[in-house]
Design a protein around this ligand. Structure first.
Ligand code: SF4
Ligand code: FE
Length: 507
């Protein structure tokens, strides 16, 4: 099947019948549920833009399995160019939607599983990789959206999975059958699940031999028997029902919709099982996935920064202060922070490498630096956007009052900015900034793809502090520079003695 359009994606969701709960009730039709609409429309853009010739390079790729042109969201990266185009795609979509377009988590799950199954098979002679390639082909041929499900609820964080009082707080295998496995447990805050076609589940942490049953990776359709999705709340979520101005970003929403996924004795046929007991590969799968997803944030969140910087500039112009040195300074700060994150994202892609499987992965140290910067800079550039926009972002009357014939005229008269621009435009821009700079997008930038502590642990592990210490020790000659003789053909003493004699005397 050819790549889907946005409309075809939405139509394809109608064929699925997932068990979804939101706001205390069962959702009969995901596509027709008003609170899901912005998320669905944002995800649809990952399909729609891939159809557009202008974005072909970023949005499409050539499948290594079939040689066909496919949506990049189903592609396993096979070159540095692929990695770079992936983050360019994310910045582009961030600019076009100003929100989370959700489909990247599944993409990262596909890539991490592709790489890891190859290595598992090499060590154990299993057949996961071939199985996974068949599944990947199915995903590519049908242009599916996958929810990447990694985070387990975790219960008592000081205990390992097998030590938990309730064994289900981590997803685990409860039965092995001839034709497949049965899994139980849950995955928490999983982006885009209600409007995905499939769920790809992966372990959430490195595990030991006692956690063997928890070392499991698999894929199921969102409407598989025993799967229940409970949709998460977000700040101002019911604003989505409040007209065109008050939602802030009425078309695409503010953050990706997340869900708690419950697996209540779900049967998974063997051809959809990609790890089952190989606990020594859980760490690799988690790190590879996390590296990919953290590298994305310098793409998608920078796209959002582009939008909020533009909105702040619009407000500055509308307030007649765009030439003020203070405002210009803030605008430069916002841009500099965003481009720093973008540079990190490009760097971790350009510094990527080929894995045993032939697929490419990003530089993991730099990917973690990308995400750590995002956890800080997002708050900072959103703070500056709040500063430029002014207090109206939190004091402005509602859209309903603006539409009210009695008082709307006063809002129109007194909340106007520069002459010639309708008050309504100003209200729209203020609400956009409110939703981006005050709403749920902030903690999403902090905790999405792992909280700061997770990045710091990875950075500590890969920073090579010992190597850096040695650099300092050789500079002050506490330790000999072991490369010195190779480079100069002399000992340090001989070299510097000669150099001192050759240099003109200073006195
Ligand atoms: Fe994609 Fe960014 Fe949303 Fe993650 S937070 S799914 S990388 S848009
Ligand atoms: Fe995210």
């Amino acid at each position: 099947m050819a790549m889907k359009s946005g409309k075809e994606y939405i139509e394809s969701l109608r064929k699925l019948k997932p068990t979804v709960y939101a706001f205390g009730g069962k959702v009969e039709s995901v596509v027709d549920y008003p609170l899901f609409r912005p998320h669905i429309v944002a995800a649809a853009m990952t399909y729609e833009l891939a159809k557009h010739p202008e974005f072909e390079k970023e949005m499409t790729a050539t499948s290594n399995l079939t040689g066909q042109k496919i949506n990049r969201f189903t592609h396993v990266h096979h070159s540095i160019d692929d990695l770079v185009n992936k983050v360019k795609m994310m910045r582009l979509l961030g600019q076009k939607t100003a929100t989370c377009f959700q489909r990247c988590v599944g993409l990262d799950g596909l890539n991490a599983t592709y790489i890891t199954t190859y290595d598992i098979d090499k060590k154990y002679g299993t057949k996961y990789h071939e199985r996974f390639k068949k599944y990947l082909k199915y995903v590519q041929d049908n242009d599916l959206m996958l929810a990447g499900a990694m985070s387990d609820p975790k219960g008592d964080r000081s205990l390992r999975p097998h030590q938990q009082q309730d064994p289900d707080v981590y997803v685990h295998v409860v039965e092995k059958k001839d034709d497949g496995i049965v899994v139980r447990g849950a995955k928490a805050h999983i982006t885009g699940t209600v409007n995905a076609h499939e769920i790809i589940a992966m372990p959430t942490r490195a595990m030991g031999v006692e956690d063997k049953d928890y070392a499991v990776s698999f894929a199921v359709p969102v409407d598989a028997k025993g799967v229940t999705l409970i949709f998460g709340r977000q700040t101002n979520d019911t604003r989505r029902l409040d007209g065109e101005i008050d939602p802030g970003n009425a078309k695409y929403g503010i953050v990706g919709g997340e869900a708690l996924i419950v697996f209540d004795n779900v049967f998974v046929p063997w051809d959809r099982v990609f790890m089952c007991g190989e606990y020594d590969f859980t760490g690799q799968l988690v790190e590879t996935f996390a590296g990919f997803h953290r590298s994305n944030y310098g793409g998608c969140k920078v796209g959002l920064a582009d939008v909020v910087t533009g909105a702040a500039y619009w407000m500055a112009e509308n307030n007649g202060v765009e030439k003020s040195p203070y405002i210009r300074d803030l605008m430069a700060e916002m841009t500099s922070m965003a481009e720093t994150c973008w540079s990190c994202s490009l760097a971790c892609s350009y510094q990527g490498s080929k894995t045993n499987s032939g697929a490419y992965t990003i530089n993991p140290l730099l990917a973690n630096v990308v995400k750590l910067n995002i956890t800080k800079f997002t708050y900072e550039w959103m703070r500056l956007a709040q500063d430029i926009a002014g207090g109206l972002i939190i004091t402005m009357p509602s859209e309903k009052d603006f539409r009210n014939p009695e008082v709307g005229k006063y809002i129109d008269k007194y909340l106007v900015g520069k002459a010639g621009t309708p008050t309504e435009h100003r209200m729209k821009m203020l609400r956009l900034i409110e939703n981006m700079a005050v709403g749920a997008g902030l903690p999403e930038a902090l905790h999405g793809a792992g909280s700061p502590q997770a990045q710091k642990m990875m950075i500590q592990r890969r920073a090579n502090f010992e190597g850096k210490k040695e650099l300092a020790e050789t500079i002050v000659s506490i330790k000999p520079d072991k490369y010195f003789k190779e480079i100069t053909g002399k000992t340090e003493d001989e070299y510097f003695k000669e150099l001192r004699e050759a240099l003109p005397k200073c006195d």
